[in-house]
Design a protein around this ligand. Structure first.
Ligand code: MP5
Length: 212
């Protein structure tokens, strides 16, 4: 990013890192969810690691709420509330499938959540871009897994519902506004945050599919 201008709109971020984005949102894991052929132990690994991810995302997003300008507070707090419900949802599913949520995170999940926490040292716009990017990655990924076959339908529906799509679009609008207001060095930090989200999303699928 040093000798070029950093992207000013969300679409330009997606274009600038097109190949990485493609890799972050297409994976054998998702193809097998769609076909209903995914091995239960791979699915179980995803569920446990994603639970840890969401626990840490809550903390990251709480800091984002603290840094948010007035215009973004309704949106960010709506997202926070949804994360609390989602933690309960993961816990219910883990109980049903008899999965242990107390095990330590796998290293790739730890690296991703450490990255999320490191964003507290970055400008607000970089934190917001990371949140939008990781939500959009899940929207696109699960769209590729849809319609999912049994027993995975409910999981794919969670991240492909009209409400979730609308949330991702609202985040994209907030990103647009924040990038417009940002200085060039802040836009560069935002582009870097986008890059790392795409990187970690891909590693996350590899981890749950292939193991660590
Ligand atoms: C999300 C997630 C989406 N649950 N896990 C990963 C690895 N990336 C993105 O976040 P949310 O809050 O579940 O929509």
């Amino acid at each position: 990013m040093a000798d070029t201008m950093a992207p000013r709109v969300p679409e330009a971020l997606l274009r600038a890192y097109e190949k990485m984005w493609q890799e972050a949102t297409h994976h054998p894991f998702l193809e097998e969810v769609k076909a209903g052929t995914l091995a239960p132990e791979r699915f179980a690994r995803w569920l446990v690691e994603d639970y840890h991810f969401v626990r840490h995302l809550f903390k990251m997003q709480a800091r984002l709420a603290a840094a948010a300008p007035r215009r973004d507070i309704d949106l960010i707090s709506r997202g926070l509330r949804a994360l609390v419900d989602e933690l309960h949802w993961f816990e219910r599913n883990a109980r049903r499938l008899k999965l242990d949520l107390t095990l330590p995170m796998l290293p790739e999940c730890k690296a991703y959540t450490d990255f999320l926490h490191s964003l507290s040292y970055e400008p607000y716009v970089a934190q917001l871009v990371a949140l939008w990017a990781l939500e959009r990655a899940y929207l696109e990924s699960w769209q590729h897994a849809s319609p999912a076959a049994s027993p995975y339908e409910e999981f794919a529906r969670r991240w492909t519902s009209p409400e979730f799509e609308e949330y991702v679009q609202a985040l994209e609008q907030a990103v647009l506004q924040a990038l417009e207001d940002a200085a060039e060095h802040e836009r560069a930090a935002a582009a870097e945050a986008f890059y790392w989200v795409a990187y970690h999303e891909r590693r996350f699928w590899d981890m749950v599919y292939y193991g660590t």
